[in-house]
Write a protein that binds this ligand. Structure first.
Ligand code: 5RP
Length: 256
């Protein structure tokens, strides 16, 4: 893995915290966009800064003929608001560049994505073979995937409790492993929880590994994908072409 660091610059205020770092990383990635490109448009708070910047550049005329393939319904709505023309995945002859955030980045540039719930569309679009530039603040760098929270797995609703059982069985030898179906506060607002439903009408199983995943990631990926009710998981192995890391000292590092 190579890296190129720009000289540190002083952030304007100590309050220029995680949000400012996300913006810095996103703007750096948007510098790679050229007129005429088709882009994969990521999902999440970091990717949102890239959408805003792209919208500004398109409106100002600095970029022309750019179209985006959105990785979620939320991103589709955001892109429409800021005036980014969009294409369906099937209508994009080629996706030249994808820009998206991540929940975790390991030293080999493997990722955990999908804590926002959009992992399936993200992987479909970001795995199409063009450049995939990941934008993060340095808090997302981890020694092993699964260190800081859930590794999400999208499962079909039919038999989801059974599928959850199969996932648990896969890792029952790992001390501290646990898994559950993701829930969110009920929209009824009465403190009730309900199952989280993805843009594709599926559920999410959250897997938690004590101290991260120590095993062979591609073996774990294969075993998960062999479970029939599993649609996809949030480990993005070998997909990122570079990772732009905005750091608290004001520097930006590009990992390749
Ligand atoms: C959504 C994702 C996001 O990219 C990931 O959760 C990072 O989000 P944020 O930029 O808000 O930290 O994978 O499914």
């Amino acid at each position: 893995m190579g890296s190129a660091a720009s000289p540190p610059r002083t952030l304007e205020s100590p309050k220029a915290t995680q949000e400012e770092l996300k913006r810095v990383a996103a703007h750096r990635a948007v510098e790679m966009v050229e007129s005429g490109m088709t882009l994969g448009l990521g999902t999440g708070s970091t990717a949102a800064h890239a959408l805003d910047r792209l919208g500004d550049l398109l409106r100002g005329g600095a970029l022309r003929g750019v179209a985006g393939v959105p990785t979620s319904l939320k991103t589709e709505a955001h892109a429409a608001r800021v005036g980014i023309p969009m294409l369906a995945l099937a209508d994009a002859a080629e996706i030249h560049l994808c820009i998206d955030g991540a929940d975790e980045v390991d030293p080999e540039l493997n990722l955990v994505k999908g804590r926002g719930g959009s992992l399936l569309r993200e992987k479909m679009i970001e795995g199409t073979g063009g450049r995939f530039v990941v934008i993060v603040d340095e808090s997302k760098l981890v020694p092993r995937l699964g260190c800081t929270g859930a590794v999400p797995v999208e499962v079909v609703p039919f038999g989801s409790a059974y599928t959850l059982g199969l996932i648990r069985k896969l890792f029952d030898k790992l001390p501290g492993f646990h898994a559950r179906l993701r829930t969110v506060k009920s929209k009824a607002g009465d403190q009730q929880e309900e199952l989280f439903v993805t843009d594709n009408g599926n559920y999410i199983v959250e897997m938690f590994f004590h101290d991260g995943i120590h095993g062979d990631l591609s073996d774990i990926s294969d075993r998960l994908l062999r479970i029939t009710g599993v649609v996809e998981h949030g480990m993005f192995l070998g997909l990122a072409t570079s990772v732009i890391v905005a750091k608290k000292d004001g520097s930006v590092e590009v990992l390749n």
